[in-house]
Design a protein around this ligand. Structure first.
Ligand code: NAD
Length: 253
């Protein structure tokens, strides 16, 4: 039942990391995919990768800033204009600033909140009315949305908001046949994580194996997160809504 045959999906942050892996996984599972990202060429590159595995009509790229309401409306409209419906929304675009409150300025706080939190509200506001056949929304939280983390005050706040916003959305739209869940990765080997290691001045190999929140001695892969997102997006998860699925190799445990 882990199929998206005949479904239309939006993936935000689809130019890189978890978003790109999930866009490819969705396409392999039969979905047609709108790949949205502020990085236009990166989104186009994902669409090319999808074309290689699922044909050149399986995906379309949209350059958009998910913190902007008009851009979010345009992403949804692209799904309707190109593919005629909308069933799945993966709100995944995100950014991180690895600082304490003391070193974070107000503009950076606002940007993290706009990209990580406002985006989920805006995308849901525009997408839910388009999900006339019911649907599934998956929001990318984080292990740090469920517990604290050092040197990431705005990120921790933003991801906790995503996790609880997911629950509120799930309650509000359940009767419309729309399920809303969060996927909460632990450290996952993406450009974001490698940039974090650089920001913290840490050696990548040591960063992978040292931390107590990596019991398996490694980070996850984007494909391992994508498989969990596919499950939540598909009818295999038909009675799951409002949940926070942790995919972190035992880190939270
Ligand atoms: P990534 O940096 O590889 O990908 C993030 C994508 O989001 C990029 O393509 C970027 O261009 C896009 N993006 C950023 N701001 C945007 C905006 N305003 N509008 C549209 N697109 C925008 O990072 P990733 O690791 O794949 O992260 C994906 C999600 O997973 C994020 O929400 C992140 O917080 C979350 N996450 C990542 C990890 C990890 O260890 N990598 C752990 C937990 C949660």
């Amino acid at each position: 039942m882990n199929t998206l045959e005949g479904k239309i999906a939006i993936v935000t942050g689809g130019a890189s990391g978890i978003g790109r892996a999930t866009a490819l996984t969705f396409a392999r599972a039969g979905a047609r995919v709108v790949v949205a990202d502020i990085d236009g060429p990166g989104a186009e590159a994902t669409v090319e990768q999808i074309a290689a595995v699922a044909g050149d009509k399986a995906a379309v790229a949209v350059r958009a800033d998910v913190s902007d309401s008009d851009d979010c409306r345009r992403i949804v409209q692209t799904a309707l204009d190109t593919f005629g419906a909308l069933h799945v929304l993966f709100n995944n675009a995100g950014i991180i600033r690895r600082t304490t409150a003391l070193d974070l300025d107000v503009e950076e706080w606002d940007r993290v909140m706009a990209v990580n939190v406002r985006s989920v509200f805006l995308m849901c506001k525009h997408a839910i009315p388009a999900m006339t056949e019911g649907g599934s929304i998956v929001n990318t939280g984080s292990g740090w949305g469920l517990k604290g983390g050092g040197n990431a005050i705005s990120y921790c706040a933003s991801k906790a908001a995503v996790v609880n916003m997911t629950r509120a959305l799930a309650i509000d739209h359940a009767r419309a046949g729309i399920r809303v869940n969060s996927v909460n990765p632990g450290d996952t080997d993406t450009p974001m994580l490698r940039d974090e290691a650089r920001q913290l001045g840490e050696d990548w190999a040591a960063f992978q194996t040292d931390a107590a929140d990596r019991p398996m001695g490694r980070s996850g892969t984007p494909d391992e997160i994508a498989q969990a997102v596919l499950f939540l997006a598909s009818d295999a998860a038909s009675y799951i809504t409002g949940s926070a699925l942790v995919v972190d190799g035992g880190g939270l445990a």
